[in-house]
Design a protein around this ligand. Structure first.
Ligand code: FE2
Length: 242
């Protein structure tokens, strides 16, 4: 089974369309989404529709729940709060109802799919440090988790009680007996200094994971953000990948 794992679209329709075209060429059989469909970008409803049509299922991100009042956004920075306020007003009733019923976590075939960390998914914990990753591994049921949230791709591996290893590079063949937490990066607002849209491809049979990068029409996405009256910084960062 070949999985395409998308996360953090954030209302960026141009990036999502480019990723959808790419993953169909890759022959992905199951498309799933790890949360943050909305927030930051100017096309929340359009992205929701496309994700609902093309993914098998979705889990919730903090911006998804934030936009519909299901999580506290007081810790968000000013631009993120402004975008959540804008998004909350822009969402259709149907989008709003759909976001409200999204689960925090999905488990299937020994794999966990969650927006933030397997450790208390509703607390939206980031995994930036090894201690944060240890908490994630301790809470992880099974051998493999796919996550998003930080918008920074990475592959973390833990064998037995050994220290966690962070893989360099953008792909790996997953060893048996090793547990992994893999961040698939962000479709709509990458923050690893590469402005191209990111998503993960996982070939279950061969246990091969690959991070894909896809060029998209950044200028149009930026122009829409500016025209919508969203903070200019949200347009600017797209060309930086930051
Ligand atoms: Fe996000």
């Amino acid at each position: 089974m070949k999985w395409a794992i998308l996360s953090d679209v954030h209302g960026n329709l141009e990036a999502l369309q480019a990723v959808m075209a790419d993953l169909s060429q890759e022959g992905a059989e199951r498309i799933v989404f790890l949360g943050d469909a909305v927030g930051y970008g100017a096309n929340p409803n359009e992205c929701m529709l496309l994700l609902r049509q093309l993914t098998e299922w979705m889990v919730a991100g903090n911006h998804d729940y934030g936009a519909v009042g299901l999580t506290d956004v007081s810790s968000f920075n000013a631009a993120a709060q402004a975008a959540i306020f804008w998004t909350g007003k822009a969402l259709s009733d149907e989008s709003r109802a759909f976001l409200r019923q999204l689960p925090l976590l999905r488990q299937t075939g020994g794999m966990t799919f969650v927006h933030a960390s397997p450790h208390e998914p509703g607390a939206w914990n980031y995994i930036f440090t090894f201690p944060e990753a240890e908490q994630g591994f301790q809470a992880l049921a099974g051998e493999l988790a796919f996550i998003g949230h930080s918008h920074s791709p990475c592959i973390l591996a833990k064998k037995g009680e050994n220290k966690i290893m962070a893989h360099e590079g953008e792909g790996a063949t997953l060893e048996r007996g090793v547990r992994y937490i893999i961040n698939v990066g962000s479709v709509g607002q990458p923050r690893d200094r590469n402005p191209q849209a990111a998503y993960g491809l996982y070939d279950e049979a061969g246990r091969v994971y690959l991070l894909k990068r896809v060029s998209y029409d950044i200028q149009t996405a930026q122009w829409k953000i500016i025209r919508a009256g969203l903070p200019l910084s949200l347009a600017h960062r797209l060309s930086l990948g930051a």
